[in-house]
Design a protein around this ligand. Structure first.
Ligand SMILES: *Cc1c(COP(=O)(O)O)cnc(C)c1O
Length: 367
């Protein structure tokens, strides 16, 4: 049995009638940009996250960049984040003119190690940007306490965690502002690029909406220079349909993760993901750690099993950040994790026999 890493087609087949109808209705209306479909989706997505405002933007990277700018972080400022995230997190900081500062991750949760943040706070620190990596909420309570103590803003990078719960509330509802990506492979994915910024702060939401539309809230009145970063109506209409299924799809991801955990629990040399107490991860990715990762990946591929590595290097190990001068050993936990991570097939439509196939193959080659 072949097991793909990701299968977007089978999900489309389930909802094809609804999706096709909604796409056609946007085309019939010809309201392609800033039309009712986008407004409607913004309202529904805000409600889903448990916040007052959502602003659709062109992608998750722009969501981060515009949120950082809207909150007033820029030149000379520092923003703290984890080194094992996707580069979009730090690109957004740099693009806004600020400097990313890394804090190592927790060895069990793979999210920022909250016990190591305080030591990195300086007079220039203006924000903490926790990333809810792989769908698991970062430990928000201590982060919010530190932010309060040092008067910092909190910007959630929730691009991998649509619908995840921390102490009963959805991610995206904790920070001053939070950012989502609707890249097709994300838990809530469009059929192209898309993103959103959510907040309970009307002023921040207004500023993001203005920056995203050429610094303008009233046609041809440009209060500031912005960018062109809008969520187009066709993507919004698709997301509106898919939002209704998100909880059910996330629940299936969680069940799949528990099946993996069960089948792999006695396999020596395989570390399965932990879930923080009082949180509900939405398993955007199911990531194990193994010593012989690269070989295992090749063997699984030979058996028709797709896997991925998220991500092969910590950001300070990337050529783009060589200028920071952060040597090997700067973030030992993140460095060790990225050398051992392997992402197994994970999507809602994955079946138990598929998961069993993957785990049996792993058992054959790990030992
Ligand atoms: C996907 C992702 C982004 C960027 O989103 P795009 O829509 O691809 O621009 C940012 N941060 C994290 C953690 C992501 O996974």
């Amino acid at each position: 049995m072949k097991v793909p890493f990701l299968d977007l087609k089978s999900q489309y087949q389930q909802i094809k009638m609804e999706i096709d109808r909604e796409i056609q209705s946007v085309i019939d209306s010809c309201a392609f940009i800033n039309g009712p479909a986008t407004k409607n989706y913004e309202k529904n997505f805000a409600q889903y996250c448990g916040v007052k405002y959502a602003v659709g933007v062109a992608n998750g990277t722009d969501a981060l960049h515009l949120a950082i700018r809207a909150i007033g972080i820029g030149k000379g400022d520092e923003a703290i984040t984890a080194p094992n995230t996707f580069i979009a997190t730090t690109e957004a900081i740099t693009l806004a003119g600020a400097t990313p500062v890394f804090v190592d991750i927790h060895p069990a949760t793979y999210n920022i190690d909250v016990s190591k943040i305080e030591a990195k706070i300086t007079a220039k620190t203006k924000a903490i940007i926790p990333v809810h990596l792989f769908g698991q909420p970062a430990d928000m309570a201590p982060i919010l306490n530190l932010a309060k103590k040092y008067d910092l803003k909190v910007i959630e990078d929730a691009c991998q965690a649509h619908g995840a719960l921390y102490h009963g509330n959805r991610v995206g509802s904790f920070g001053d502002v939070a950012c989502f990506s609707f890249y097709p492979g994300k838990n809530l994915g469009a059929y192209g690029d898309g993103g959103a910024v959510v907040s309970n702060d009307e002023e921040i939401a207004r500023k993001v909406a203005r920056l995203a539309d050429h610094g303008s809230l009233v046609k041809y009145q440009h209060d500031v220079e912005g960018v062109n970063s809008r969520l187009d109506s066709i993507q919004a209409a698709i997301l509106n349909v898919k939002l209704n299924y998100l909880d059910q799809w996330n629940e299936r991801r969680r069940n799949n993760a528990y099946l993996y955990n069960e089948f792999l629990k006695d396999v020596e040399g395989v570390i399965t993901p932990a879930e923080l107490e009082n949180t509900k991860s939405v398993f955007h990715l199911y990531v194990i750690q193994v010593e012989n990762r690269d070989e295992l990946m090749i063997k699984l591929k030979e058996e028709g099993i797709g896997t991925g590595i998220h991500y092969p290097k910590a950001l300070h190990q990337q050529p783009a950040y060589e200028y920071m001068g952060l040597k090997a050993g700067s973030f030992p936990v993140a460095e060790q994790c990225v050398s051992r991570y392997l992402s197994l097939p994970m999507f809602p439509e994955l079946t138990e026999p598929m998961i069993k196939t993957v785990c049996d193959a792993i058992k054959k080659y790990v030992a």
